[in-house]
Write a protein that binds this ligand. Structure first.
Ligand code: FES
Length: 170
């Protein structure tokens, strides 16, 4: 879906914050991801046109940063760390058990990540960029279920707090 007039206006506001419009590439990718739940090819084309850069530059940036998803991932991203502190505290088992549990759940993506700087709480994970840990697989699944039920409020998959917009200070 192409950007609407309102979205183009918001995009122009974001671009106006920078001396060079193309510096707004990351906020615009976040804006597109907030809208669609992932960054579609159409959104990349729109951003390319808005910024006057080639589609290759937009794709290159989008594919470099793991926070940008180029296919639908559902509403919750569970990022499980398997770096050293988490590894020796059961991070790989946690990852494996969660991947198995949510393999058929379109609403939940379980992904492996490098150190997320929460080593003293190993094994640890994030749900839409909010930290939880240390956790057993059972406790982790309980946390995910709380997000699914609405008992816990998740950020968007770009990490924006509910009610805030991309580029706002909240
Ligand atoms: S090693 Fe897992 S958070 Fe640092």
């Amino acid at each position: 879906m192409a950007f609407t007039a309102g979205e183009r206006k918001r995009a122009e506001e974001l671009m106006a914050r920078y001396p060079h419009a193309k510096s707004a590439l990351l906020p615009l990718l976040h804006m597109a991801q907030e809208r669609d739940g992932w960054v579609t090819s159409q959104a990349m084309e729109d951003i390319s046109e808005l910024l006057g850069v080639t589609p290759t530059i937009v794709l290159g940036t989008c594919s470099f940063y793991t926070m940008f998803k180029r296919e639908p991932v559902g509403r919750l991203i569970v990022s499980v760390c398997t770096n050293l502190a988490c590894l020796v505290n059961g991070g790989e088992d946690l990852l494996g058990e969660l991947q198995l549990r949510y393999a058929d759940d379109d609403d939940v993506l379980v992904e492996e990540v490098e150190c997320i700087a929460n080593c003293d709480r190993a094994p640890t994970l994030q749900v839409n960029y909010d930290f939880h840990g240390p956790l057993t697989a059972e406790a982790a699944a309980d946390v995910v279920e709380q997000y699914k039920s609405g008992a816990l409020t998740a950020r968007t998959i770009s990490g924006t707090r509910p009610g805030a917009s991309v580029g706002s200070d909240s």
